[in-house]
Design a protein around this ligand. Sequence first.
Ligand code: ADP
Length: 471
Amino acid sequence: TAEVQALVRLANEHRVPLWPISRGKNFGYGAAAPRLAGSVVVDLGRMNRILDVDVARAHCVLEPGVGFYDLYAFLQKEKLPLWMSIPGNAWGSVIGNALERGMGMSPYGDHCERLCGMEVVLPDGELVRTGNGAMANGALWHLAHHGFGPSWDPMFMQSSLGIVCKAGMWLIPEPEATAQAMLHLEGIDDLAWAVDVLGALRLQRVIEHVVVVFNYLEQAFLVSQRADWYQGKGPMPDDVIAQVIAKLGIGYWSIPLRLYGYEETVDANIRVIQKALAPHLAKPVEFQKWRRGEPIENSAANIPSVLSLQAINWYGGRGGHIGFSPLLPLDGRRALEQFRANKARYAEAGLDYNTTFGIAERFLVNINMLLYDRDNADQCARVTRLFDTLVEDSRQRGYPEYRTHLDFMDRVAGTFDYGDHALRRLNERVKDALDPNGILAPGKQGVWPRAFRGLSASAPAAEGASPAARR
Ligand code: ADP
């Protein structure tokens, strides 16, 4: 941490922009690349100590380089009764992912909400501890979010206002039992009722995790490539999609459902879910149960995996992807409209549509991947145009992106336009006050410090993972 402070001071002296990363596996959103070419990437990957694990109060304290695999391996090796929440791509770090507001399919799936108490190097090199860590001997640093006065943890999420060198992360106390089921729904229109019925169960906290509704392609790319099914141009026709679904024995939609808790409550919740689904299904959904002591692999615990990255092989070649990730209100009708509209946009661009709708209590996270072959210039150009179109569609519907790729940060920031971009002006005032030389992550999330302002429209991103960076 002292070295990070020294580096930040040096950067101020020489006016060199820095771009901190934890493990740089922010795939689909820019990976390790900085927003501004010429930035020095501060790779914190070697700050990878697990500083503390507190079983009784179910949390840990981590340095930013600790990966999901590292923490999982540690908890398993030490046989600690603590579970983690893990995003689809588990290659990255626990802290980096949470700072970016990543999500997982566990009861603690909204990762930034479980980050509690940080140690941060500010853009001038000063070190602060947030929340109750501001008491030098604070006993509640990683246990209670709020200290005395304003809370600053959220200020360091998706921001360019500090380098987080340490943070507390809440862990899931191992439950007595879990149960899980996979729901396969045949018809595209089933999305609407599924969101409404499962959303109501989520809102009542019968289901406690982000319920992710995957479309067929999210299953197909795990085990095959497009060319295995179809070699023609344009999006895969519906009759081919029907063959994929039949061959893989899935639905158009697949929805993993998971329950956690005491055996009695898990059993009761299974009955509640079966009753809610009964009017829509030919036969009751079957749950597989797990009890403490049985192998964790059979439970509904999150286990790190990078299988989802198989997506980039769909078109073959040097695969890449960018994520288009708007939020919608929890509403089945709106979800179906969004699905149809996006699918049509993908078809206009000649691309297959893959999507997930995550039910996150009061809202839906609609993660759409745009897949491409990096060596196919025409496809890259179509992906870039499609992304621009989707952002504009989303703006018109009032659906915000919760996260975006480097190349589109200015564009997405521009959609938060209330009061003639009052939020941008607030962001800039705070940025200039804390980082007068503009050395920390200039341009991140579309916030440009005074020193670089005006560059935003034209600034090329550093060579990133996206097709746009290659224009
Ligand atoms: P991961 O660890 O999941 O691979 P990254 O290291 O790619 O995640 O981080 C994603 C983004 O989050 C970075 O580009 C950076 O903007 C921000 N970030 C990550 N770690 C930190 C940190 N320790 N301090 C401040 N910002 C960070």
